[in-house]
Design a protein around this ligand. Structure first.
Ligand code: NAD
Length: 387
């Protein structure tokens, strides 16, 4: 017997749509999941957008006010896919109303916000899953397993990169993303948050770091209408970009390993160039999001001139088997969100967390907070350890 779980989505831009599609697909891939999500409500501020979502995806109710979702007894779980400045207020209210939450990264504007959400979730005894989707890639899980099994020896250093051109166009609109008040940090929260999570997922906690940031496009045009994702705005009045386009960071891990994390949102010629290279005393493992289902692996006893092989992940790796019958049949970005939905719903069904949790978000936010502090002071900084 499979129980229904009433779900709602707040914020119906890119992520709201992807979460909704993940709910719709999750039982196709996980038929043994003990819960069946039912699309009960969608809340979206832009007039007509919630109704359009309800019409297209089958939500029973559409509203412009997320508070109606918090008060709706049919809703048991909520996806929070609104802009960062709303994460804390919405998430705390939903948790206090007894709703499980699946919340997008970076979980608020600051470390303080992430902590407040984590606290509310813990106090309410609900489940909380965070949108660190890249760790759901089977190849990333395979890399972590391979590192943990000592197959590349002792890890010496890692390079994590996240380069994108989504903000490179001079006409890309001055949306909430570029404002301190509504977006918080810039590329730190947007991309480096994924990088910090990947670094921690693969190699454990970061003991100290030093970072440098820069704004390369200091002015953009204000949008002249409603925006979603990375809209363009020609002709709007110009306004200042308030947060960083770029970060570079040196990392020291608790294990003693060293790392470099670099992220940029205005890299012309780079489309989702996200990935890592982890090096150990006897080998290395490489991953590139654009070839998401492949790993470059070098292992053996050769040290010098040791070959690198391409491993196509398959049903034996992570959740790959829920999507494809054999290696080298590609999974895509949206599939990572289906894995995330599965882990969220499984957490709710079993009452124990699976996948990225709010304590992960707090630790990641502490790393971003340390990067911001270091960029101001120029010093090596220790990320705050969560209370
Ligand atoms: N995990 C990932 O790979 C990933 C990718 C992109 C964005 N994100 C995160 O997802 C969140 C949303 O990003 P996006 O790219 O979907 O942004 P978006 O701008 O496309 O969508 C945000 C939506 O929220 C709506 N909104 C604003 N105020 C609202 C309110 N008070 N009530 C209800 N809806 C409201 C906006 O109108 C918009 O439709 C952000 O926190 C972002 O960091 C995560």
């Amino acid at each position: 017997m499979v129980d229904a779980l009433g779900v709602a989505v707040v914020g119906f831009g890119w992520m709201g749509r992807v979460h909704t599609q993940a709910y719709a697909r999750v039982r196709h891939h996980y038929p043994r999941l003990a819960l069946r999500p039912e699309l009960v409500a969608v809340a979206e501020e832009v007039p007509g957008r919630a109704e359009e979502a309800a019409d297209r995806f089958g939500f029973a109710t559409a509203t412009r006010d997320w508070r109606e979702v918090a008060a709706d007894p049919r809703v048991q779980a909520v996806s929070i896919a609104a802009p960062n400045f709303l994460h804390r207020e919405i998430a705390v209210a939903m948790a206090r109303a007894g709703k499980h939450i699946w919340i997008e990264k970076p979980v608020g504007l600051s470390l303080d916000d992430a902590r407040a959400v984590a606290r509310a979730v813990a106090e309410a005894g609900v489940q909380g899953t965070v949108g660190f989707n890249y760790r759901n890639a089977p190849a990333v899980e395979a890399a972590r397993d391979l590192i943990a099994a000592g197959e590349i020896g002792t890890v010496t250093h890692v390079r994590v990169r996240l380069f994108s051109d989504y903000a490179a166009h001079p006409e890309s609109a001055l949306t909430w993303r570029y404002e301190r008040e509504r977006g918080g940090s810039g590329v730190l929260g947007d991309l480096a948050s994924h990088g910090a999570d990947l670094a921690r997922f693969l190699l454990g906690d970061i003991a100290s770091l030093t970072a440098d940031t820069a704004i390369f496009l200091p002015e953009r045009a204000r949008p002249t209408g409603a925006t979603a994702g990375h809209s363009r705005a020609a002709g709007g009045t110009p306004g200042p970009v308030e947060n960083e386009d770029y970060v570079s960071c040196l990392l020291r891990f608790a294990s003693g390993a060293r790392g470099v994390l670099e992220a940029c949102r205005v890299s012309v010629g780079e489309q989702n160039n996200y990935g890592f290279e982890v090096h150990g005393t006897t080998g290395a493992v490489f991953w590139d999001f654009r070839r998401m289902n492949e790993l470059g692996v070098s292992r053996g006893t050769g040290y010098q001139d040791q070959p690198v092989s391409t491993v196509y992940v398959g049903p034996g790796h992570g959740e790959f088997g829920a999507f494809q019958p054999g290696a080298a049949n590609a999974m895509g970005y949206d599939d990572l969100k289906v894995v995330e939905a599965y882990r969220f719903l499984r957490s709710v069904a079993e009452g124990v967390p699976h996948g990225a949790t709010l304590p992960d978000a707090v630790r990641g936010a502490a790393v971003l907070d340390a990067m911001a502090r270091s960029a101001l002071s120029g010093a090596w900084v220790t990320p705050e350890v969560p209370a």
